[in-house]
Design a protein around this ligand. Sequence first.
Ligand code: AMP
Length: 282
Amino acid sequence: MYLARTVTELRRWRAEQAGRSVGFVPTMGYLHAGHLALVRRARAENEAVVVSIFVNPLQFGPAEDYERYPRDLDRDLRLLDAERVDAVFAPPVEEMYPPGFATSVVVSGPVAERLEGEARPGHFRGVATVVTRLLNLVQPHRAYFGWKDAQQVLVVQRLVADLALPVEIVPVPTVREPDGLALSSRNVYLSPEERRVAAALPQALFAALERFRAGERDAGELRRLVRETLAGAPVRLEYVSVSDRETFTEVDRVERPALLLVAAWVGSTRLIDNVLLDPAAP
Ligand code: AMP
């Protein structure tokens, strides 16, 4: 497995892949089985696989966890080597944002401005900017993103379409713990008690999903059910939303595919999760 630390090294590796299909998995490292699901999908669909590990300062707010975000490059490299990844791009910050760096990519509209966009000002500008730069550097045929961060998938799909970037965005289903909690690098912040409490989040989503599958189409009722399920749990709910998957506006009735999304605080850790509400699903 080749480790590129600089743009020059990455470009050299990329030039050697001429004629091969290249799959790309961008991450912030501290890898878990959710990341590895993306890597396996990329491995299955491409001749060469490259993973980036970069904790992107641009996508963290000033009061957020950039400094304390978990990092363990040696462990990440071992995991990726075991998945037969061809190359890892793990640049220092100065390599991604050299002195004088002054360009941002801003996606506008509901997809970037509601929910996560509203709760975390500047977050999607940081995501869109780093993803655009990474896609230009790596020039993959396919790039893999997790539905765990559903709004991020939609923002990236929007920018790829709008800027006509020659890449296929492949979303991958959320990988969960046995009790339903979505895997996240941030789960390490949870104390054992908070970790138990955190399972209430997916359980509330699944309760609403079950009601949806039984025929409930009233979005207000589904949002209410999530709030009710979480009412007894020591979590601070930030939002519950039923958003149209295409327009990302709040819906009253689910007649087309929609996402049921939540953000909540468990102690000092902010968690997000979502499930797809698809009226056409059996
Ligand atoms: P991160 O390192 O948190 O920036 O995540 C890198 C990629 O892995 C993003 O596309 C995430 O959506 C995806 N990802 C994170 N957690 C999961 C999960 N539990 N299941 C599937 N994909 C995930």
